[in-house]
Design a protein around this ligand. Structure first.
Ligand code: GGG
Length: 353
């Protein structure tokens, strides 16, 4: 029996509702696959912020470091600016543990309607650089709150950071063995330094992967082509900001944000990796028991893959796929009426069959 220690941070809003659902699924598969999960729950987030003035304690990173993996629900609260919640919890974890790979798969499951008229088969993974770029938090204010105030926000792109994420994307295209195709996203026509470095590194790295086809797109063209020809994408690699924006599009064309999982991975495994749904805390629907738990459940499946319990990960994905294609128990974002726990119950039923 393998035992994995999991740090569980439900966070805010619907994060508190989807996390118990993912844990039900993990409990069921752990019995069948001879693995044990030792969950330790952390009450960090905006309630913690209201009590203590920060989203997680000062030694929060040290407390998380010994764990095998982190499961995160969502962060964000209407009464706290989003830059406070994001920079107080999510981003320090990604950076401190060098989780430089963010994978955001987008698959159009059979039976799930896409808002596109002719989507074809959509099965892509967005590989988002996750520790630098536009999210580097380098900058500051001058004359803050005065009439002449100035804000400077610097994007930092290092050759090391760009090369390692691009290499990861090529490795993933080989591993998926689907279309063996990598699309690189930049805006190098307008951003003549950082994105030109990215283009150069992409060209250099691609010469080491002669078996993988490549394409380079400006981010605006990529946004258009996600709508026009989504079936042509396989692995898409982009910067922190572009990866974030494009993964909202890829989630919506495959049915809903409620289906989009993600991983934040440190491939060296020298620090824990984190698994979270792409969606945020959704305060508009939080507390009603109607949020779709599938993005969180699929994020837990990505964690199973990372922990080398790949058979269990496939079984969970197949159970979700069966529920979606059957179409009898669907959450509201997919046009159904099932509750959060009702959707999970349907997934658990499939897992038991
Ligand atoms: N599920 C995590 C969450 O709450 N994400 C909200 C968000 O705004 N994330 C921004 C990002 O991933 O960069």
């Amino acid at each position: 029996m393998s035992t994995f220690s999991i740090a569980v941070i439900p966070g805010d809003g619907v994060g508190l509702e989807v996390m118990p659902e993912a844990r039900k699924v993990l409990d069921l598969v752990s019995a069948r696959y001879d693995v044990e999960f030792e969950h330790t729950e952390f009450d960090w987030g905006t309630d913690y912020y209201f009590q203590h003035g920060y989203m997680m304690p000062e030694d929060g990173i040290d407390l998380l470091r010994p764990f095998d993996a982190i499961l995160l629900g969502a962060v964000g609260h209407p009464d706290v600016p989003d830059h406070v919640t994001l920079n107080g919890l999510l981003l320090p974890i990604r950076r401190s543990f060098d989780q430089y790979v963010c994978e955001r798969p987008a698959r159009l499951y059979p039976g799930v309607p896409s808002p596109l008229a002719n989507p074809g088969e959509i099965d892509m993974v967005i590989v988002r650089e996750n520790t630098e770029g536009e999210y580097s938090q380098a900058g500051g204010f001058v004359y803050k709150n005065l009439a002449d105030e100035v804000a400077v926000q610097t994007s930092i792109f290092t050759r090391h950071g760009v090369e390692r994420i691009i290499r990861h994307a090529f490795g993933l295209a080989r591993k998926r063995n689907r279309r063996k195709h990598v699309t690189s996203i930049t805006k190098s026509n307008a951003q003549g330094y950082s994105m030109v470095l990215w283009d150069r590194v992409f060209a250099e790295v691609s010469s080491d992967y002669g078996d993988v086809e490549t394409e380079s797109l400006l981010v605006d063209a990529a946004a258009m082509n996600f709508i026009r020809r989504p079936h042509t994408f396989d692995v898409v690699v982009g910067s922190n900001l572009f990866g974030d924006i494009l993964s909202d599009i890829s989630a919506m064309i495959t049915g809903s944000m409620g289906l989009a999982p993600s991983s934040n991975v440190n491939p060296s495994r020298e620090a824990p990796s984190m698994f979270e749904p792409v969606h945020g805390s959704a305060p508009d629907i939080a507390g009603h028991g109607i949020v779709n738990p599938i993005a969180m459940i699929l994020s837990a499946a990505m964690m199973l893959d990372f922990l080398n319990v790949a058979d269990a990960a496939r079984v969970v994905e197949n159970a979700v796929s069966a529920v979606l294609s059957e179409g009898k128990v669907l959450p509201r974002d997919l046009g159904g009426e099932a509750s959060t726990s009702g959707v999970t119950a349907a997934v658990l039923d499939k897992l038991r069959q």
